[in-house]
Design a protein around this ligand. Structure first.
Ligand SMILES: NC(=O)c1ccc[n+]([C@@H]2O[C@H](COP(=O)([O-])OP(=O)(O)OC[C@H]3O[C@@H](n4cnc5c(N)ncnc54)[C@H](O)[C@@H]3O)[C@@H](O)[C@H]2O)c1
Length: 382
């Protein structure tokens, strides 16, 4: 039986994303953003003690902090108030088995990428998802969810750049921590990413190349037909793939180039795409995500802005009004976070959140403005 999503918040369980996982934090915040989900259970680490301590810390009932995902699936499935959705954020090669366990219990899945560690697992998982009509599955290729990326997809769909001829996509990062990676420090710096059994077919392609290929296909509407790939590994002793250059022929005969690297020094989080068609081109860069550059064949280059004219669709995916940049919400959260820190400590520290002194100064300023306006004269702020 399909678990019905009633009018209330959707009950969400989490597998992975423990105390040191940054993406775990991202999933938890994202699920709460729109008050749609309530995190009610989880197993956050392979280590049962760490998992339970962490679960309790983030407010999960003791009896719903489990030792492993099998126990969680079995017990949640028989609860009257059991989870309706599970979010999986463990390393790649475990995605398939974990998802399958919950699919068997008719629990919907949100999984982090890559889909699985390798193609064999991917085919099995795909088949499993298709075999259960009661469940839905979502994969967090999150970059495709930027408002202006979705705008770009629809712009291409509407034929605004004509037939796509060239696709150029890059996703480069720097995982080196400023060091030269060698056999001695590799495990400390790269962790499970140097273990093929955990990371899957290729570290660089699974971890970030998958995002690049996904966004290229998502926006262009194309599928790759064949590739010519050159994959480099860190060194002879550290057998982790760290760079890939891939030429792609797409199904409509468009040509593509994909560059992905996790050791592009200083190339931190450089995700971007350029797509060229018979009537013009588009370009999007993650570091300036609110804008999509649209270059029609004839006429001036346009910058389409999130939530503004010519970017109607993007409004649907924006939580911030146009004019405010992405990052507005993060900045706001800094006040809550730092204030909480100040409440929890007795230490004398410098705090950066605005306080009553600033409140009073602003009130004095406004009152002086009021008086000045009335008098039409210079007025002291006092
Ligand atoms: N979408 C994104 O932008 C993005 C960003 C970073 C990571 N990721 C993906 O998230 C996944 C995790 O990456 P990470 O960097 O957070 O790794 P991580 O090692 O920092 O964290 C993984 C967490 O999962 C826990 N874990 C591992 N196996 C488990 C199991 N069987 N049961 C319960 N918990 C388990 C670990 O204890 C750890 O807390 C990977 O698939 C990675 O590709 C996605």
């Amino acid at each position: 039986m399909m678990r019905l999503i009633k009018g209330k918040k959707i009950k969400l369980g989490i597998v992975g994303g423990g105390p040191k996982s940054w993406i775990g934090h991202v999933h938890r915040i994202s699920s709460r953003f729109d008050d749609e989900y309530e995190i009610v259970s989880g197993v956050f680490s392979r280590n049962s003690n760490i998992s339970k301590t962490f679960g309790k810390k983030i407010g999960i009932d003791k009896d719903r902090c489990y030792s492993n995902y099998q126990e969680m699936a079995d017990k949640e499935a028989i609860r009257f108030d059991g989870i309706e959705v599970v979010a999986i954020m463990t390393p790649p090669s475990s995605h398939q088995v974990i998802a399958e366990k919950f699919i068997d219990k008719n629990i919907h899945i949100i999984s982090d990428k890559p889909f699985t560690g390798d193609l064999l697992q991917a085919k099995k998982l795909f088949k499993k998802i298709k075999s259960n009509k009661n469940i839905k599955y979502a994969l967090t290729h999150n970059y495709s969810a930027y408002p202006m990326v979705r705008e770009a997809k629809v712009l291409v769909e509407k034929g605004k750049i004509g037939k796509v001829e060239y696709v150029n996509v890059e996703y480069v990062q720097d995982w080196t921590d400023g060091k030269i990676v060698n056999k001695k420090n590799a495990k400390k710096i790269l962790k499970w990413k140097i273990n093929k059994k955990i990371v899957g077919t290729s570290a660089v392609l699974n971890e970030i190349g998958s995002h690049a290929y996904h966004i290229a296909c998502y926006v262009s509407g194309l599928k790759g037909r064949n590739v010519f790939a050159d994959i480099k590994q860190v060194s002879k002793t550290v057998k982790m793939d760290n760079n890939a250059q891939v030429m792609i022929n797409f199904n409509n005969n468009a040509k593509g180039l994909l560059w992905t690297s996790v050791m592009a020094r200083g190339g931190v989080y450089g995700l971007r795409f350029r797509i060229f068609g018979t009537k013009g081109s588009i370009e999007w860069v993650q570091n300036d995500p609110g804008y999509l550059k649209f270059n029609p064949l004839k006429g001036a280059v346009k910058f389409l802005e999130r939530g503004f004219f010519n970017a109607e669709l993007s409004k649907k995916f924006s939580r911030i009004k146009f004019g405010h940049p992405e990052g507005y919400l993060d900045a706001f959260a800094n006040i809550y976070k730092e204030f909480a820190e100040s409440l929890r400590t007795k230490a004398k520290k410098r705090w950066f959140f605005p306080n009553e002194y600033e409140g009073l100064e602003t009130a004095k300023f406004i009152e002086a403005c009021r008086i000045s306006n009335k008098r039409k004269a210079w007025t002291k702020i006092k």
